[in-house]
Design a protein around this ligand. Structure first.
Ligand code: GRF
Length: 219
């Protein structure tokens, strides 16, 4: 059997994306195993989920490090020790320094709950709603030195409905996050992602992309 890709997951919060990845690894639809989960938050639900799944996990509290780079060095050391080949940020609420980027070049992914490059940063479901966008969605991208700026791997689009609240829109987006993050990881595990400048090209056969969407619908 081929060697499985070793993933290191970083999460700060509840960890539903982490859970989706755990589930897909367990059922075999991702050819990868989560070697380590790290949280910067001792109370993160993500740590509990890792423990339940029997995955090695630890907390590295960023407040104990005077500089961002020192925190990143500690995280990188743990990831290296666990033989991690791909780092997935799953609701990890810290910016990544050069120290981290240089340790895993082209090997760090993030998920963002908006259609980048629209609405980078925080509270983006609320911002999409307030702006009056008719569609929002989520994006998995490789991480670079900016905030939510790296090359885009996969996106899913959801409509924004007239009666949406921040909560209802967030929930609709989150459902899609749980679909596209495992897919991005599997494409990486299969060695099918090639970064060319800002673009990520997907090698090998794939079904045609869906047709254009309109909201409100045209008929
Ligand atoms: C997700 O919406 C993710 O896109 C954002 O933070 C949220 C984390 O959710 N970066 P969870 O911890 O995976 O449930």
């Amino acid at each position: 059997m081929a060697k499985k890709l070793r993933i290191g997951a970083l999460a700060s919060g509840g960890g539903t994306n982490l859970q989706a990845i755990i589930d897909r690894c367990q059922e075999g639809s991702i050819d990868a195993e989560i070697a380590l989960v790290i949280s910067n938050n001792p109370d993160a639900g993500a740590l509990e989920r890792a423990r339940k799944a029997g995955i090695h996990c630890c907390c590295i509290d960023h407040r104990q490090f005077p500089q961002r780079e020192d925190f990143d060095r500690a995280v990188v050391a743990q990831l290296r020790e666990a033989g991690v080949e791909l780092v997935v940020l799953a609701g990890f609420m810290r910016l990544i320094s050069q120290v981290f980027l240089e340790a895993f070049p082209g090997r760090i992914m993030n998920i963002h709950p908006a259609l980048l490059p629209a609405f980078p940063g925080l509270h983006v479901q609320r911002k999409a709603l307030e702006y009056g966008a008719r569609f929002s969605g989520c994006t998995v991208h490789f991480v670079d030195g900016g905030c939510d700026t790296g090359p885009i791997i996969i996106q899913a689009v959801v409509p924004v409905l007239d009666d949406d609240t921040e909560e209802s829109l967030s929930a609709r987006i989150l459902q899609q996050e749980h679909r596209i993050y495992p897919r991005a990881i599997q494409l990486f595990a299969e060695g099918r992602l090639r970064i060319e400048g800002r673009r990520v090209l997907v090698e090998g056969p794939q079904p045609p992309a869906s047709a254009a969407l309109c909201n409100p619908p045209t008929e």
